[in-house]
Write a protein that binds this ligand. Structure first.
Ligand code: OFO
Length: 171
């Protein structure tokens, strides 16, 4: 049985994941509006992955015999300074998500809720990759600087990102 405190924290993280999805959806639209279609694709895939994260929390809460309490999702920014600025905001946001996952894991451990701890391990690992991806692109963008051709080449690279849906259980 999940404690009330853990249920609240899991619901809060579900909301964080929905906000992540919203943030990247907004970035996708903005990138497309300034002609960076590949970056728009990259953020759209990011959005799809965040919806998967949110649904993992949704399913976990229900699978423990509780129900999800959906809260309002905050509006994300709608204007961004540049692709570099967007990636820097993405990294800062992912660092916030990493710390919220860590706090949630600390809580599960303090309550000796092993099932929740095991569930959260997927997110602990995922956050390493999330931050690394952002740092890689930020590094490239810093090298590119004001070089428009370099930016277009990176944008073409970002067009290749594909959303891989999570495997579904066999029927
Ligand atoms: Fe971006 O990992 Fe979930 O929020």
């Amino acid at each position: 049985m999940l404690s009330k405190r853990l249920i609240a924290a899991l619901n809060k993280q579900l909301n964080n994941e929905l906000y992540s999805a919203y943030l990247y959806l907004s970035m996708s639209s903005y990138a497309g509006s300034i002609g960076l279609k590949g970056s728009a694709n990259w953020f759209m895939v990011q959005y799809q992955e965040e919806m998967v994260h949110a649904m993992k929390f949704f399913s976990f809460i229900n699978s423990r015999g509780e129900h999800v309490e959906l809260a309002a999702v905050a509006a994300p920014p709608t204007e961004f300074p540049s692709l570099l600025g967007m990636l820097e905001q993405t990294l800062a946001h992912e660092q916030f998500i990493t710390s919220s996952i860590n706090e949630l894991t600390d809580l599960a451990l303090s309550e000796k809720d092993h099932a929740t701890n095991i569930f959260l391990q997927w997110f602990v690992t995922e956050q390493i990759e999330e931050e690394e991806n952002d740092r890689d692109i930020i590094g490239k963008l810093k090298l590119i600087g004001d070089n428009g051709q370099g930016l277009l080449m990176l944008d073409a690279e970002m067009a290749a990102r594909v959303f891989v849906p999570p495997p579904t259980a066999a029927p």
